[in-house]
Design a protein around this ligand. Structure first.
Ligand code: ADP
Ligand code: MG
Length: 269
């Protein structure tokens, strides 16, 4: 069992993901620079940082969309085995239980909410095959459980295209959940949402911690405040700081590179 002992916020919880000494350059530009990042089993981690800090590239490296130039990316299996992700293809990493949600929702608009969830079960591949696939009682239970978690039970038979922007985002999170992933990577879930939808999204993400391990990238500081456990600040492809929301928020370097900028942007409004 791999644990992370030096951190007072977390003691003996096993790690699920270790990213160490990772570098990635695009045409000589270091997008990721000696990045070290450790995620605990069941943890909800938020990652913040200015535009261009390398947040999306960081997720690309975990999911196998981008290959690191050097360093290691390891998932720790619950059977004690380590899996080297840097050698695997994107679909292989996904099958190991790492699900990713991109910023824009991509649901099947002309299918019902229920069918979107059926389509995302880890079952026969391909839309046509899935349409003729009769889901088992176990699958239906799983779908109903997911519907409850994303609070869309009352919309089960509605076309996904009829949902609000926020509800589409929840459905897409539900589509990831129906695969029961070990790790969920979520990029800016609250973007474009109303205040009420944002708050419900926060509640949804909080309800997932412990059952899954989550990395959430976000810009909205009110939202971060709502869901913050341990916060990691990325800057120039490197971890600038991590710790509690209050610790990070009051750090002079963080204020300089991130919050300071945000503040200036708000003043210009
Ligand atoms: P963030 O998500 O924090 O805004 P990104 O990870 O998207 O940052 O980008 C980090 C830096 O790497 C940026 O300067 C971006 O232009 C560059 N970058 C990201 N992906 C590529 C790519 N495929 N080719 C060239 N440059 C890239
Ligand atoms: Mg990004």
């Amino acid at each position: 069992m791999t644990t992370h002992h030096h951190d007072p916020l977390y003691r003996d919880t096993p790690l699920i993901l270790s990213v160490s000494g990772v570098n990635k350059a695009f045409d000589g530009f270091k997008a990721i620079n000696d990045l070290n990042f450790y995620l605990e089993e069941g943890e909800l981690r938020t990652v913040i940082g200015p535009n261009g800090a390398g947040k999306s590239t960081f997720m690309d490296i975990i999911t196998g969309r981008t290959r690191p130039d050097s360093g290691s990316v390891t998932m720790h299996g619950n059977d004690g085995h380590d899996i080297n992700l840097a050698k695997l293809k994107e679909f292989e990493i996904n099958r190991l239980g790492i699900g990713r949600k991109f910023q824009t929702p991509s649901v099947y608009k002309s299918h019902t909410v229920y069918d979107n969830l059926v389509l995302s079960l880890n079952r026969p591949r391909g839309v046509l095959k899935t349409l003729f696939y009769k889901e088992s009682a176990e699958d239906r239970d799983r779908i109903m459980e997911v519907l409850k978690t994303i609070r869309l039970e009352s919309r089960v038979n509605d076309l996904a295209g009829m949902l609000s922007h926020g509800q589409k985002q929840w459905l897409e999170i539900g589509m990831l959940l129906s695969q029961d992933p070990r790790i969920l990577l979520i990029d800016e879930p609250a973007a474009g949402m109303s205040d009420e939808e944002t708050e419900r999204t926060g509640e949804l993400l909080l309800s997932l911690e412990k059952k899954h391990s989550l990395i959430v990238i976000e810009h909205d500081m009110e939202f971060i405040r709502q869901i913050a456990r341990k916060v990691t600040v990325l800057h120039q492809g490197h971890v600038l700081k991590d710790g509690s929301f209050d610790h990070v928020k009051s750090d002079p370097q963080v204020i300089e590179v991130y919050l300071g900028r945000q503040g200036k942007k708000d003043e210009n409004k």
